[in-house]
Structures are given as structure tokens and as C-alpha cells.
Write a protein that binds this ligand. Structure first.
Ligand code: NAD
Length: 495
């Protein structure tokens, strides 16, 4: 169905290994932000669907064949899934571009990289060892087991739907958990396509379930008593609501939230390279990334030079069809997001920031296309510098020296990412250590790896995804005490 541009693809929920309509009987349209037309329909689910999916995941975890598989067998399935995704990367990438308007070549790069997550965590599945504990009690042998946490509810946003799911799924499956996934109501199709590949790889029914619908379904999933962990990526405001309601059942949570990341250019940087990095940081993916370098901090000694080059290069960015190879920036992903971006442009002007370029819907392309926009003479107290826009809007802030740069960079409630541009190795590391952010790039921007922990300080989140330790977030540790003497013990004496 994906081959045909004109027909509307129809999808069902994926529960217990079966594609099915929602109990609500309703469907909703997925709109292509480039054409402005629907291209697929997915179920608009309800609470009954949440309950059915959680029951399937619970049964698969508690009594299904999944629980009896060895970790080595789980690893084998994950490797097979990686191979299937590598085979179908182009088709799956096209599907995400149609759903969220991001460049096809960026999504293709993402999908071609995704199998590595499955290979990395496949290798880790049977190396998840417990410890033998040096016992303080001579008649006890003590060891620990790392057991799978249980049923994971994964709730994902629209900007990189499956990449952000795989950050959770690959370590979670490797650890032996089962999943109920609630993708964004704007971009559900690629997760439903992933379900088909998971089935093809041979995962037993119920291990991976997908329910589609509005945010209220995510809320039902969070409240469900049979869910052991919620792994969420999305807005900070939603993350706070999730943390509050997860507290009701003491459900574990990991939260990957928003950012207002500082991109700091020192006078001793290679200016051309730094400006390219600033552009990649804010206009890549039309600024719709959690790690967007939305605050550009520039040392006063090079401020004019940086701004001139930045504005020149920003004006040259080619907007257009996300599927075309020459396009550098696609449309905003959906109508509410477009309104939010335009509102922030208005706010920035009202607050007295200087519009250096862009600042409106593109007059030629119209629709969801906003011009890449640079505001200069921003100070860090303005809303354009404190609130996440999630669009192609850059706030340029001057600074005097290193101390002031660090102070401005850290003066935010977020702490997801940051970058330092400097050719002075001492300064680059020194500043990187002082920045309160989960990821810091030196002379680079927007690089992630399955091997490197990713997550936020402060209101950018709780927990880390990726890297060796992330698999532990999908386990519980159990201590086992084994009595060695076999002697009859005094029942009223401890140990
Ligand atoms: P969102 O918070 O509006 O929605 C994310 C998901 O949560 C969707 O599936 C939505 O249906 C669901 N949801 C909505 N309300 C809910 C509720 N009360 N309970 C449970 N689930 C609910 O976010 P979005 O607009 O889809 O995505 C953009 C946001 O995501 C930005 O703030 C961005 O910074 C953030 N993000 C963070 C990361 C990261 O890794 N830190 C990555 C990408 C995006």
C-alpha cells in the first residue's frame, strides 16, 4: 500500500500478534504535511484497546514462551529484526517522511543506522549478569539476579517516531520485557509497520503491541496497574503529568523531554565550521528536535562576523519537497505546531529581539513551510530564549567571556544538550565540564550513538537511554540468600 501515492493506506492496531480495528470503531487520518492531504488511516483507539494490549503484554511476560526463552535466543531474534529493518530501511524511511515531513534522506540515514541498536543490545542480552556477593555471614552464599522489569508502556513523539522507540525497545527486549507502544497521533504508521517486521522476525505474540489514538490513551496506559514501567519521550509538560500519575502505582518512569540547548561559539573557533554547526543544530529537521541548538551564544569579539555569515547561509537554505534529494529543510510537521512556531515569532518581535532573516510562512511554498528564522540581540530572559519552540527559530545571544558564556548557557530549566565551538582544547573541555547538560558536543552538533548514554539534566528528563547501562533500566535486581550449613536455626534470631 505504501507504493501508491494516491491511495490511502489503512492500518489496524497490533495486539497479541494480530492486526485489528479499535474497539471504538473509529479511525483517524494521518496527514502528509507536504501535500496537506491524508495518506493513511489508523485506529482512533480507546481504553478497551489499552486494556487488551496490556493484557496481551502481561500474559506474554508472565506465562508465554517469551519468558521461557534464553537470553541468547532473545539476542538471536533481535539480530534478525536488525537484518529485516536494514532490508526495508528505504520503505520505512519514506513512511516517516510522509507522516512528519522530515527529509527523506535524513530519515533514510536514521533507518539505516537503526539496526545497530538491535545488534548492540542483542550482544548484551546474555551478558546481563548478576553478582556473587562477598558474604559477611559465613553460612550464607549470596548472589543477585538481573530480572526483566515486566510490561513496558512506551509513549513516543512525532519527530523521530521509531528511532526514539528503539532507544527503549532494543534494551528492553534484550532484557526480556514486553511492550505496549502508544505512538504519536500524528505519526503512528511507522510503528505499525515495525510491528509487521517484529512478527516476521519471530517474536512471540504479545511481546510487542501497538495502540494508536490520542494522548488520553497514553494517560490510560500510564495509569494501568499491570504496567511496570513507562518509557516516555515528548514534551516536558506531558512528562510532568506522566510522572505525577505514575506515582499512583509507583510505576517506574524514564522521561526524555524538551530542551533549549546552548550552542556556544568562542572567538577562537573556526567560524565557518561553527556557523555550519549552528545551522545544522537549529535548521536540521526544521528545528523539530529535542536537542535543537536553539540558543546561539556568540563571543562579542566575533559576533558581527558570525551573524553576517549565519544570515547569509540561512537565506540560502533550500526549502521544498522532503522526498527530493536537493531539499535542505522540509515543512513543519503539523498544523498545531505551525501555529506554535508563528506565535513565537510574534512574541520574539514584541519582546524586542531583532529579526535578522526569515520570520514568516514561506511566500512561495505556503502551507506548513516556515522560513528559517534568526533573531539577534536576544537576551536570555526573553521567552524566545527560555521556552522550547520546536521549530526553525534561532535566538542569538552575545557574551563577553567564558564565565558569562557558561552562566548564560546554564541559566535554563532544561539540560538536554549543548555544544562548544573552540580550537582551544583546554577551554573546550573546561567549558564542557561546566555545562549542565546530558550531552555536550565539542566542535560538532546533533550526533548520537547507540553506545553513548542520552538523556537530560533538570527538566529535560529522568534516566538515560543508550549505552551499556541503559539495559539495567529494564531490569529489577533480586538478592538470593542460600543457607549453607543445613542446621536447624533459632527461629527468633535474625540470619
Ligand atoms: P507530546 O508530549 O505532546 O506527545 C508525546 C506523546 O505523548 C504522544 O504519543 C502523545 O499522544 C502522548 N501524550 C499526550 N498527552 C499524554 C498524557 N497526558 N499521558 C500520556 N501520554 C500523553 O510531545 P510531541 O509534541 O509529540 O513531541 C515534541 C516534544 O517531544 C518536544 O517537547 C521535544 O523536545 C520532545 N522530544 C524529546 C526528545 C528527547 O529524547 N529528550 C526527543 C524528541 C522529542
Amino acid at each position: 500500500m505504501l507504493d501508491s501515492v494516491d491511495s490511502i493506506a489503512e492500518y489496524g492496531l497490533y495486539i497479541d500478534g494480530k492486526e485489528m480495528p479499535s474497539a471504538s470503531g473509529r479511525t483517524m487520518e494521518s496527514e502528509d504535511p507536504f501535500t496537506g492531504k491524508p495518506w493513511a488511516t489508523v485506529p482512533d483507539g480507546n481504553e478497551d484497546d489499552v486494556n487488551a494490549a496490556v493484557a496481551a503484554a502481561r500474559a506474554a511476560f508472565d506465562t508465554g514462551p517469551w519468558g521461557r526463552m534464553t537470553a541468547t535466543e532473545r539476542g538471536r531474534l533481535l539480530r534478525k529484526l536488525g537484518d529485516i529493518i536494514a532490508r526495508d530501511a528505504a520503505e520505512l524511511a519514506a513512511c516517516e517522511s510522509r507522516d512528519n515531513g522530515k527529509l527523506y534522506r535524513e530519515m533514510l540515514g536514521q533507518w539505516q543506522y537503526l539496526p545497530e541498536w538491535f545488534y548492540y543490545f542483542a550482544g548484551m542480552a546474555d551478558k546481563l549478569q548478576g553478582d556473587t556477593i562477598p558474604s559477611d555471614r559465613p553460612n550464607f552464599f549470596i548472589y543477585t539476579r538481573r530480572e526483566p522489569l515486566g510490561v513496558v508502556g512506551a509513549i513516543t513523539p512525532w519527530n523521530s517516531p521509531v528511532l526514539l522507540l528503539v532507544f527503549k525497545l532494543a534494551p528492553g527486549l534484550a532484557a526480556g520485557c514486553t511492550f505496549v507502544v502508544k505512538p504519536s497521533e500524528f505519526t503512528s504508521v511507522s510503528t505499525l509497520e515495525l510491528a509487521k517486521r517484529i512478527e516476521e522476525a519471530g517474536f512471540p505474540p504479545g511481546v510487542f503491541n501497538v495502540i494508536t489514538g490520542q494522548g488520553a490513551m497514553g494517560a490510560k496506559l500510564v495509569d494501568h496497574p499491570d504496567v511496570d514501567k513507562i518509557a516516555f519521550t515528548g514534551a516536558t509538560s506531558t512528562g510532568k503529568r506522566i510522572a505525577a500519575s505514575a506515582a499512583g502505582n509507583l510505576t517506574r518512569v524514564s522521561l526524555e523531554l524538551g530542551g533549549k540547548s546552548p550552542n556556544i561559539v568562542f572567538g577562537d573557533a573556526d567560524i565557518e565550521v561553527a556557523v555550519n554547526g549552528a545551522i545544522a543544530g537549529i535548521f536540521g529537521a526544521t528545528g523539530q528536535t529535542c536537542m535543537a541548538g536553539s540558543r546561539l551564544l556568540v563571543e562579542k569579539s566575533v559576533y558581527d562576523k558570525v551573524v553576517d555569515l549565519l544570515v547569509k547561509k540561512t537565506r540560502e537554505i533550500r526549502l521544498g519537497n522532503p522526498m527530493a534529494n536537493e531539499t535542505e529543510m522540509g515543512p513543519i510537521a503539523n498544523a498545531p505546531q505551525l501555529q506554535k512556531v508563528l506565535e513565537y515569532i510574534k512574541v520574539a518581535k514584541e519582546e524586542g529581539a531583532t529579526l535578522a532573516c526569515g520570520g514568516q510562512v514561506d511566500p512561495d511554498l505556503g502551507g506548513n513551510f516556515v522560513q528559517p528564522t534568526v533573531f539577534t540581540n536576544v537576551h536570555n530572559g526573553m521567552r524566545i530564549a527560555t521556552e522550547e519552540v520546536f521549530g526553525p527559530i534561532l535566538a542569538v545571544i552575545p557574551f563577553e567571556d567564558e564565565q558569562e558564556a557558561v552562566a548564560i548557557a546554564n541559566d535554563t530549566r532544561f539540560g538536554l544538550a549543548a555544544a562548544v565551538w573552540s580550537q582551544n582544547i583546554h577551554r573546550a573541555h573546561r567549558v564542557a565540564h561546566q555545562l549542565r547538560a546530558g550531552t555536550v558536543w565539542i566542535n560538532a552538533y546533533r550526533v548520537v550513538s547507540f553506545a553513548a548514554p542520552f538523556g537530560g539534566f533538570k527538566e529535560s528528563g529522568i534516566g538515560r537511554e543508550n549505552g551499556v547501562d541503559s539495559i539495567r533500566e529494564f531490569t529489577e535486581t533480586k538478592s538470593v540468600f542460600v543457607e549453607l550449613s543445613g542446621a536447624v536455626r533459632d527461629p527468633f534470631k535474625l540470619g
